[in-house]
Design a protein around this ligand. Structure first.
Ligand code: NAD
Length: 254
């Protein structure tokens, strides 16, 4: 299906995981994809795989974010979809009792300030077009608490959720939709490695997932494709959970 024919999408964090799967999916639906990443090798590989354009960006750098959209617009003449997805979850972001200010600030910068910058600089393009879809990657931890805390990560995703809602409301009458995507845990290489080493850690989490497994990146990408295109034309300012039922669960099946 070519539901995104001739749409132009900018994907941050396109080099890996959810971003990579989404760049592939959007391109398979006909979109021209700008693959932005701080990791040059991974970003270039994503651009090659999707026939798109690689833009090197550190999403915490204001000038670089502005340039990313300038390059996208110069190459393709419009920007229809912004998937603001780059994010980190480093091991030194842990319990509030042990997490230092440096780790707190780094995670806030990469996960939250980046989304502020990406929205700030893409919205004017969409205003001129009178149309656009912004999808910001939050997380299911923005809507529920975990005793296995990553305190700055959780707070950053709560910020992404609230900011997305507000922007969706503010710009609704200009044809711009802004939604927060809230994935549950996803089978990315990092998670696989971590849980292969420590099956107990995986089991502690899996018991809370009604689906009984983690998501595959492609299952998150298909939700992004829906939010990006006109099939979701009345979905705005939403907390879009793609979590296998985690946030709705009390007791899960045995
Ligand atoms: P990933 O580590 O596989 O990919 C993240 C990409 O972002 C990498 O290519 C990395 O190079 C890039 N990146 C990191 N810092 C950057 C920066 N400063 N500037 C530009 N690019 C940068 O991660 P993922 O699991 O695919 O996660 C993607 C998003 O989904 C993140 O926002 C993450 O918080 C969120 N998320 C992930 C999960 C999960 O279980 N994997 C669950 C919920 C939400």
């Amino acid at each position: 299906m070519n539901r995104l024919q001739d749409r132009v999408a900018v994907v941050t964090g396109a080099g890996s995981g959810i971003g990579l799967a989404t760049a592939r999916r959007l391109s398979s639906e006909g979109a021209r994809v700008v693959c932005a990443d701080i990791d040059e090798q991974a970003g270039k590989a994503a651009a090659e795989a999707t026939g798109g354009l690689f833009v090197h960006v550190d999403v915490t750098d204001e000038a670089a974010v502005r340039r990313m959209y300038e390059e996208a617009h110069a190459a393709y003449g419009r920007i229809d979809i912004a998937f603001n997805n780059a994010g980190i979850s480093p091991p030194d972001d842990d319990s509030i009792l042990t997490t230092g200010l440096d780790a707190w600030r780094r995670v806030q910068e990469v996960n939250l300030t980046s989304v502020f910058l990406c929205c700030k600089y893409v919205i004017p393009y969409m205003q001129r077009q009178g149309k656009g879809s912004i999808i910001n990657t939050a997380s299911f931890v923005a809507v529920m608490g975990a005793a296995t805390s990553q305190i700055s990560y959780t707070a950053s995703k709560g910020g992404v959720l609230a900011m997305s809602r507000e922007l969706g409301v503010q710009f609704a009458r200009e044809g711009i939709r802004v939604n927060a995507l809230c994935p549950g845990p996803v089978n990315t290489p990092l998670l696989k490695e971590l849980f292969a080493k420590d099956p107990e850690r995986a089991a502690r989490r899996l018991v809370h997932v009604p689906a009984g497994r983690f998501a595959e990146p492609e299952e998150i990408a298909s939700a992004v494709a829906f939010l990006a295109g006109d099939d979701s034309s009345f979905v705005n300012a939403a907390e879009f959970l793609v979590d296998g039922g985690i946030a709705g669960a009390y007791v899960t099946p045995e």
